[in-house]
Design a binder for this molecule. Structure first.
Ligand code: AMP
Ligand code: MG
Length: 399
């Protein structure tokens, strides 16, 4: 198979974005819902603020009384936050008021305490008044009852949780986290805590993908390592197909022991993508069996990481009730880049203050260099050499 037979990253994205997903909806306590996306709009259950509210500690006044200052007013009461006045403010009268308290009937402005002088418990001098109505937020001014304050698809982060709480959404309908599973294949792999033999290496892909997929909003199960042996791989993949999304690394290419695509086909998985013009990461498989998706990623760690971040993340976003999108950052090169080859290339780099330093890396097994990076510079197919100071496009590695 020549490079020309491989599909481009954009073509792969079109295929992944077209795959139908059916996110599950669950109802849960608001406190449990952090990071999940809303499955239904949340409507304001009352006006906000629910009453005409003072924005200052000071004195509630009738604006007409303070047109000329200084002026002395009778203090007829006090309203703290959480209280309601049982009196109304008449001409030449005022009441002490605290931030967040409801304005008493009759009053239509607030004088901040700094602009007053208390003369006695029953009297205050207003020293100056500059549009006292601006220290009042009127009932419903921030948001009227019935307004959709949070929309379906929004992610519940701190401010959204506070908004939901303000309007009494103690239980919310959200999209459930996709259930993902991670499986490595390879006879050379041993567990992290095992001492590798001369021809063995430690399995680093599983822990990498478990953490990345969690960051991308999944519940993740680590299925460990399957030997390069058809039976073992079939058994492990059958288990993995119980999940919403299975991520298999290694054994994806054309090598004699690369059984994964064959086993996937045998198990009835429809392979929608098998080869991709991306660097690092040529062997990339995307398939679907009923409601389950399978991503076959290259064994080399940097390849697996890049493919998961650039491609798999799009499907996971939709499976979590979001949209598939890529936020690009533009930055100036701090050093030149050579002409790119025929595959779209994601180069590890360090981005800071709108400039980016490409990292020298030794290929798709070079996880150490990726560990220094906070972004990947996008290089188009056959893109020309780039000089210091030129703008490049990059995608951030989520922290
Ligand atoms: P493969 O895709 O199976 O041909 O593997 C490509 C390279 O990635 C080989 O050097 C493997 O040893 C390495 N590799 C495969 N799986 C893992 C893994 N889980 N952790 C670390 N390296 C791996
Ligand atoms: Mg292998």
């Amino acid at each position: 198979m020549s490079e020309a037979d491989l599909i481009t990253v954009d073509q792969a994205i079109a295929v992944i974005d077209a795959a139908p997903v059916a996110p599950r909806i669950v109802r849960m306590r608001l406190q449990e819902a952090q990071g999940l996306r809303l499955a239904k709009d949340i409507l304001a259950d009352r006006d906000y603020p629910p009453f005409d509210k003072s924005l200052m500690d000071g004195f509630a006044v009738r604006c007409a009384d303070v047109k000329t200052t200084p002026v002395q007013l009778d203090v007829i009461g006090e309203i703290a936050a959480g209280q309601t006045a049982d009196f109304s403010v008449g001409p030449k009268q005022t009441a002490a008021i605290m931030t967040g308290a409801p304005l008493p009937p009759g009053a239509d402005g607030v004088i901040p305490v700094e602009e007053t002088q208390r003369i006695s418990p029953s009297s205050v001098r207003i020293l100056q008044a500059d549009d006292p109505s601006r220290f009042v937020t009127h009932r419903g001014a921030d948001c009227a009852a019935g307004t959709a304050v949070l929309r379906r698809g929004m992610k519940l982060q701190s401010a959204q949780l506070a908004t939901a709480a303000s309007f009494g959404a103690a239980d919310v309908d959200v999209f459930a986290k996709p259930q993902a599973a991670v499986l490595s294949t390879g006879d050379e792999l041993v567990a992290i805590d095992a001492m590798p033999g001369a021809s063995q290496i430690r399995n680093s892909n599983n822990i990498m993908l478990v953490s990345l997929l969690r960051k991308l909003g999944c519940d993740v199960t680590d299925l460990g390592t399957a030997r390069d042996e058809v039976q073992a791989i079939r058994k492990a993949i059958e288990r993995g197909l119980q999940f919403d999304a299975l991520f298999v690394t290694g054994g994806m290419s054309m090598g004699e022991y690369d059984f994964v695509p064959k086993v996937l086909l045998e198990l009835g998985v429809e392979l929608k993508i098998t080869k991709l013009r991306i660097k690092p990461g040529k062997p990339f498989v995307f398939g679907q069996k009923e409601k389950s998706f399978v991503f076959g990623l290259p064994g080399n760690p940097v390849s697996g990481f890049v493919c998961a971040l650039r491609l798999c993340a799009r499907l996971l976003a939709r499976m979590s009730g979001g949209v598939a999108e890529q936020n690009w950052i533009f930055a100036k090169l701090e050093s030149p880049l050579e002409k790119n080859g025929s595959r779209e290339f994601y180069q590890p780099a360090i981005w800071r203050d709108q400039s980016v330093q490409p990292l020298k890396w030794k290929g798709s097994a070079d996880i150490y260099t990726l560990a220094q990076a906070n972004c990947l510079i996008l290089r188009g197919e056959n893109e020309r050499a780039m000089s210091t100071g030129e703008m490049v496009k990059l995608l951030e590695i989520p922290s």
